[in-house]
Ligand binder design. Structure first.
Ligand SMILES: CCCCCCCCCCCCCCC/C=C/C(=O)SCCNC(=O)CCNC(=O)[C@H](O)C(C)(C)COP(=O)(O)OP(=O)(O)OC[C@H]1O[C@@H](n2cnc3c(N)ncnc32)[C@H](O)[C@@H]1OP(=O)(O)O
Ligand code: FAD
Length: 663
């Protein structure tokens, strides 16, 4: 049998309807149709070809992306694509480009932080790409600490302008995508100074380049910050440096939704919290969570298909060897990642609803849910990106040696994905934000009943006393038992941290000293939400033969895998006994056997095209070995039998050896 037959055989074993599962994965029939159409549009267009990317030099790589981005914009206009369709089009093109910043950060920053008048002026220009913008917050010396930014925006009452200035080397803007070569505008984050007084960090719309000839405007120095990790991935993007030498902008280019500066130089705070200035980051963190499920689904699709084709050991009589997918070790590394992709998918759908709700509330100045939404987006961003980055690397290892080839698609995917752990809020810094929320919630328990995702903490006094009632491995299939275990562990960790914080001289000192424990408690809290979201999703109507049952198995795999991975926490907090933890692991092994016949069908449900996967190992048809061979032959080193440099550098060594052996 060939790889093609192996996958056909696997597909025939599926116990659920794959087409309906595709819709469950996409979120709705409409969402499925949009994704499917955009994925095929990209896959069938030769302009979006990706296989030659690893061979291109930096300049060609960058220009190639500019070409693709221009073609994509033409498609958006010619085909009258909606914003949603255009977003998916960008997603399937699968190359970081300045348009990510334009649509994910520049436009949302204008919309979220501009006044009605500002929005009316700037948003249409941006949405029609008459101006191209980036989000210039991070500096050479400061990224995480936004309030520590050094760029200044000094109000000049006489000319009714702000003077944007980079006073030090470390104040150079450093990292913004598209800044080096493309963007005409940027939202520059700078400290506002009026009459020598500092008024905190605010966003300012600054024109960077001439709209006529694209050259940098006077007083602005722009450049690229250099090559990044992984050749063909993030180097398609011109992350840039910018320095400002007393650049003047009109006063009405300060984003003034949160606070205003009048003509007279009076600083006026609106009735909205200053954290609304961080709203763009909340919006992107929510998108990043949804992106995590896509990136992880891609990696597991490759590793699962290849694991069904790859055979090693187990044959003593010349018959076929064992499919590596049948090894329990392979299953215990791979199936939790398949389950995580689904868990993150449903968590991101829920987060989107939460985010839509807070956006509507903010419109009418209701800020009550902002702290919870900030904690959820920050925590989920950290949890999902860390697990996805680790998961992609695990998938590479699951593919053995071939996983290390660029043609496997996994090294490039990892290099592309891993900065998600850093950008939009470094992951540990984000967990510490969740910790602030948890500490406040627990400290306030006497006065205020927590709601929403923190509601379970309202039962903290019960959860710290109760013990797990599980007696058999079967009991671990009960969602109530699973959820209570996660809640009890998280509540005990949070309460434990708060009790120890009280022993310090000041809350700040305690928070700094206990920050590692607080970050762990935050992760435990986020896991409660992801697990409960998955469980709640299964309580909804899910049509299709066997679809719900297959998802139930994955939900249990996800929860029990986490329980096994973090069993130290579950045991140390005293909620579980070692026997109960061991029963959970027994159940997990049984669940892997239930996933096994559905494995290929589950990853088919992601509906990924071969173009999107860009992996010889993950091909839908399973024709791996002939195509691996073909891909290898395309390497430039195989252009000739005798490569450049052989005559010059190798032959003299060989000849010298002959000469000395004669002596
Ligand atoms: C579907 C297909 C998609 C296809 C396209 C692909 C798209 C892919 C996704 C898009 C990717 C785009 C490319 C990536 C480009 C990357 C861009 C960037 O990285 S931009 C820069 C991002 N920078 C950061 O994230 C900086 C992180 N730092 C911070 O956010 C803050 O400095 C801090 C939160 C760490 C600290 O804030 P600070 O005010 O200094 O201090 P406090 O900790 O004291 O906070 C005070 C108070 O405010 C609350 N808070 C903080 N942040 C928020 C917030 N965002 N919203 C609401 N509230 C917030 C905080 O909890 C405190 O509350 P308190 O009650 O006082 O405890
Ligand atoms: C590919 C990529 C694209 C980017 N695009 C943009 C962009 O378009 N626009 C933009 O403005 N920025 C952009 N950035 C910058 C990005 O937002 C920052 O790098 C990120 O916010 C992290 O900040 P930092 O680099 O200052 O890390 P640091 O904060 O210096 O982190 C270094 C270490 O210090 C630790 N640390 C920091 N603070 C604390 C604390 N309080 N407690 C405990 N530990 C702490 C961190 O956990 C980390 O381990 C991009 C970055 C990358 C990698």
């Amino acid at each position: 049998m060939e790889g093609v037959d192996y996958l056909r055989d696997e597909r025939s074993k599926a116990q659920f309807d794959v087409e309906t599962m595709k819709v469950a994965w996409a979120g709705s029939p409409e969402a499925f149709l949009v994704c499917d159409r955009m994925a095929k549009l990209v896959a069938n267009d030769p302009v979006f070809e990706k296989f030659s990317k690893p061979m291109l030099g930096r300049k060609e790589l960058f220009k190639n992306t500019l070409r693709k981005t221009a073609h994509a914009w033409k498609l958006v206009n010619d085909l009258h694509l909606t914003e949603e369709e255009a977003k998916w089009l960008r997603h399937y093109i699968d190359e970081p480009s300045y348009t990510d910043l334009q649509w994910e950060m520049f436009v949302p920053a204008l919309e979220g932080q501009g006044t009605e008048e500002q929005k009316k002026k700037w948003v249409p220009l941006a949405k029609t790409m008459q101006i191209i913008g980036t989000y210039a917050q991070t500096e050479l010396g400061h990224g995480s600490n936004v309030q520590g930014l050094e760029t200044t925006a000094t109000f000049d009452r006489q000319s009714d302008e702000f003077v944007i200035h980079s006073p030090t080397l470390t104040s150079s803007k450093w990292w913004p995508g598209g800044l080096a070569k493309v963007t005409t505008h940027a939202i520059v984050y700078a400290r506002l100074i009026i009459d020598g007084h500092f008024y905190g960090v605010h966003g300012f719309i600054v024109q960077l380049r001439s709209l006529e000839d694209h050259s940098p405007l006077p007083g602005i120095t722009l450049g690229d910050i250099g090559m990044k990790f992984g050749h063909g991935t993030y180097n398609t993007m011109d992350n840039g440096v910018a320095r400002f030498d007393r650049v003047r902008i009109p006063r009405d280019q300060m984003l003034m939704r949160v606070s205003q500066v009048t003509k007279e130089g009076k600083y006026m705070k609106s009735n909205v919290p200053r954290q609304l200035g961080y709203a763009t980051m909340v919006s992107v963190r929510q998108t990043i969570v949804s992106d995590a499920s896509k990136a992880l689904s891609r990696a597991v699709c490759i590793a699962t298909r290849y694991s069904a084709i790859r055979r090693q050991f187990g044959s003593r009589d010349g018959g076929p060897e064992t499919q590596v997918l049948d090894y329990k070790t392979q299953q215990s590394r791979l199936f939790p990642l398949v389950a995580s992709a689904f868990a993150f998918r449903f968590a991101s759908d829920w987060l989107k609803l939460l985010y839509t709700d807070v956006k509507q509330r903010l419109e009418v100045n209701d800020f009550s849910t902002l702290p919870e939404v900030h904690a959820c987006t920050a925590g989920f961003k950290s949890l999902t990106t860390a697990a996805t980055a680790e998961g992609i690397e695990e998938c590479r290892k699951l593919c053995g040696g071939h996983g290390y080839l660029i043609s496997s698609g996994l090294p490039e995917l990892f290099a592309f994905y891993v900065p998600a752990c850093t950008y939009e809020g470094e992951n540990v810094v984000m967990l510490l934000q969740v910790a602030r929320f948890l500490v406040k919630t627990v400290s306030d328990l006497g006065n205020k009943q927590p709601v929403g995702t923190a509601a379970y903490l309202g039962r903290a006094s019960l959860l710290v006393q109760k013990n797990c009632v599980v007696q058999t491995a079967e009991d671990w299939l009960n969602p109530i038992a699973i959820l209570e275990a996660f809640e009890a562990r998280a509540a005990r960790m949070a309460v434990g941290c708060c009790q120890r914080l009280a022993e310090f001289k000041s809350p700040e000192e305690g928070f700094a000293e206990l920050s590692s424990d607080l970050a762990e408690a935050s992760l435990a809290h986020c896991q409660v939400i992801v697990v409960s979201t998955f469980i709640r999703r299964l309580q909804q109507d899910i049509p299709g033969r066997g679809v719900k049952q297959a998802l139930e198995v994955l939900c249990n795999v996800y929860a029990l895998f986490l329980l096994h991975k973090h069993q130290g926490d579950f045991l140390a907090t005293g909620y579980l006994t070692p026997k109960q933890a061991s029963l959970a692991n027994d159940q997990l092994r049984t669940l892997y056997s239930k996933v096994r016949p559905n494995a290929i069908a589950l990853v088919d449900s992601f509906n990924h095209t071969d173009h999107y996967l860009s992996s010889v190992l993950g091909r839908y048809d399973g024709n791996v070995y002939p195509k691996l061979y073909e891909a290898a032959l395309k390497d430039p080193l195989n252009d000739s039998d005798i490569a450049d440099g052989i005559h010059q550098y190798v032959q003299p060594i060989l000849k010298q050896k002959l000469h000395s052996s004669k002596l």
